[in-house]
Unconditional design. Structure first.
Length: 237
């Protein structure tokens, strides 16, 4: 009887990336920028207009139904939420869920305050490795999306990674999808653009692999320092 002496096949990049994303777990939430813990591991921020499908995208990528909170009242989730990533409880990267912006029902002063918080985060967060901007391609990029692009452009020029995710791609015809990609690539100004559908699982592995590459630029996970979860801050009453 012969024995198979061949080594087991290594996992595909998609399997590695999706397994890594599935380790996502709640780290902390902060009502203001200065409450965020200082971290040394790469951080990837998810931003986007309310109703652009941000929470759904995060939950789909991490294969967890309720990791990111999808409010029934868009625009009301106004905390910065951090999720730790890494096998065996050791954090090697962080996903940041920034509040959705631009929803009409939110008072104007709250909108202005959160635009300032987000701008400060995107400009000053030292360990920020990449930004994922959610955009509903049926509506295209809004004025607020373009303001955000202007805010991050200097950091992108310095090497900050940037991806536009066109959500709800299953609602587009093939020609509409092609057109949406072309327009978004022009607007992104050097950032990458991908179609994504949580319903059809379109683009999930592609986005997952890109995020893994951002967090592991040398191809392997570097030994990180364990990150202790700070005490959760409760939203103001």
């Amino acid at each position: 009887m012969t024995h198979n002496t061949n080594p087991p096949a290594s996992k595909s990049p998609a399997v590695v990336a999706m397994g890594w994303l599935h380790t996502a777990r709640f780290l902390t939430t902060a009502p203001e920028l200065h409450f965020l813990p200082a971290l040394d591991v790469p951080e990837i921020a998810f931003v986007g207009r309310s109703n652009a499908g941000k929470s759904t995208c995060i939950n789909t990528l991490t294969q967890q139904k309720q990791l990111a909170f999808a409010s029934k009242k868009p625009g009301r989730t106004q905390h910065i939420n951090l999720f730790a990533l890494g096998k065996q409880g050791v954090t090697d990267a962080v996903l940041t869920d920034l509040p959705g912006y631009g929803y009409a029902a939110v008072p104007r002063q709250d909108k202005i305050r959160w635009q300032q918080v987000m701008a400060n985060y995107l400009v000053t967060r030292k360990n920020l490795e990449g930004i994922v901007l959610m955009c509903d391609p049926r509506h295209g990029m809004t004025e607020l999306d373009e303001i955000l692009l202007d805010v991050i452009r200097p950091r992108v020029a310095e090497g900050l990674k940037f991806l536009v995710v066109l959500t709800k791609a299953d609602k587009l015809t093939r020609s509409e999808a092609t057109k949406a990609l072309s327009i978004a690539r022009l607007q992104a100004g050097g950032g990458e653009v991908m179609l994504f559908s949580a319903t059809k699982k379109k683009g999930v592995e592609e986005v997952g692999q890109l995020l893994w590459q951002w967090a592991h630029p040398h191809g392997v996970a570097t030994p990180p320092l364990p990150v202790a979860a700070p005490t959760e801050l409760q939203p103001p009453g």
